[in-house]
Design a protein around this ligand. Structure first.
Ligand code: DGY
Length: 404
């Protein structure tokens, strides 16, 4: 495969200063999407990759948060729900998404060194991580808590079912996503009603008060620890002190292993901060700590990854949910299908932990599946059949990166 088709998708999805994940389903800029998109764009046009990230960070809030959506003023309000009118936060949403940006900024700089870009983004990244550390440690364990499933990026993950069940669904809104996606591939109406209720309550508190959904997600926190490792490299490149970033990464990694790791299960589970209990679902978020090079429990986690629940290397990509679970669904969003960004991240983890043959197999599978599905949003782990939207930007961008 060459990069032509993937590059053409990124060109079509480019708005002039940022990239939409999908022209139909997600017609604005999304936070973690943009970071993955920049990882691919850096090979095609480092200038465009820098622009993508600068555009996102131009919408950063004064408190340091990087909003999960930056709305495109040229897109009609009815194209996406909940749009800017719902959030009442100017041109952004008030939620966040996983902090993969420092890794993307560093990678873009490595593709074409640009000290000015790095120096401009560094303080913004510091403020972003400070926001997460100081305003989101709801459990007091040195981990970030997410306050909405959309913040995990894995909206309808079975790990959220318990905390989400306490939320009374909103009604009386029109889902725009169903006009562009198969209902069987998307979150249920009931879940959507709960997402809207949680977002509206958070908005009404001035984006301060946490509601019934407060969760320590191993995926989000692992990506923060990895982002701090990237920050240390950025600081080194800028001639700034970097040890504080390495220490921050080590603190998060330690808290993850001390509080979310279940040694009997060989897995990282999310914690419901409201009840204090770990949520029982084995989801792909629990595999993401593999991105950390110094993960003491990596051998046990790799055993789970290659065992019957995820069958890494034997199925397509990395299933988002336990293949043996009664509620595994191969088509429905984050309740089973394999997503390309998770595959990309887990591959990085496999490389860190010396699993080169498995990493190569995963890479080859991701590339073949991306092409065969028309760069689908996600795929059935058993058949490789594409689901969700097609010509999806991060699938295309990560394809470009894997081919580089
Ligand atoms: C959606 O619209 O489905 C997104 O995941 C919310 O950010």
């Amino acid at each position: 495969m060459d990069v032509t088709r993937a590059a053409a998708i990124l060109d079509r999805n480019w708005l002039g200063s940022s990239t939409v994940p999908s022209r139909s389903l997600y017609p604005h800029q999304w936070s973690w999407d943009s970071a993955f998109i920049a990882l691919g764009l850096r090979h095609l046009s480092p200038a465009r990759a820098r622009r993508e990230l600068r555009t996102l960070f131009a919408a950063q809030w004064a408190d340091g948060r990087v909003p999960h959506i930056v709305f495109d003023p040229g897109t009609p309000p009815e194209a996406y729900f909940p749009g800017p009118g719902f959030w009442r936060a100017g041109r952004t949403s008030g939620l966040v998404q996983p902090p993969v940006h420092a890794r993307a900024v560093l990678a873009v700089h490595e593709a074409e060194p640009d000290q000015e870009f790095l120096a401009a983004l560094y303080p913004k990244l510091v403020a972003w991580h400070d926001y997460l550390r100081t305003r989101r440690d709801a459990g007091g364990r040195g981990l970030v808590a997410i306050v909405h499933p959309w913040e995990s990026g894995m909206d309808n993950s079975p790990a959220w079912d318990g905390p989400l069940a306490r939320v009374t669904p909103s009604t009386g809104f029109v889902r725009r996503d169903l006009a562009h996606g198969d209902a069987a591939d998307r979150p249920s109406d009931e879940d959507y009603g709960r997402y809207v209720r949680l977002a509206a309550d958070y908005r009404d508190s001035g984006y301060r008060a946490f509601g019934e959904f407060v969760v320590e997600d191993p995926g989000f926190n692992a990506l923060l620890a990895d982002a701090e490792l990237a920050m240390a490299e950025i600081a080194d490149a800028l001639g700034l002190p970097s040890s504080g970033h390495r220490e921050a990464a080590a603190r998060v990694a330690k808290a993850l292993q001390e509080t979310l790791w279940d040694s009997a299960a060989g897995f990282f589970f999310a914690r419901d901060v409201r009840t204090g209990a770990l949520t029982p679902a084995y989801t792909c978020a629990g595999l993401l700590p593999l991105v950390l090079p110094d993960l003491g429990v990596a051998p046990a986690l790799l055993a789970t990854a290659t065992g019957p629940r995820f069958r890494l290397g034997q199925v397509h990509g990395v299933p988002s949910h336990d293949l043996t679970a009664a509620d595994f669904d191969p088509a429905r969003y984050w309740r089973g299908p394999s997503w390309f960004n998770v595959g990309w991240l887990v591959r990085q983890g496999l490389l860190h932990h010396g699993e080169h043959a498995l990493a190569d197999r995963l890479r080859d599978d991701l590339l073949a599946t991306a092409e065969e599905t028309g760069f689908a949003e996600y795929c059935d782990p058993f058949t490789g059949e594409g689901h969700g939207t097609r010509s999806f930007s991060w699938t295309a961008a990560l394809t470009v990166d894997l081919l580089a």
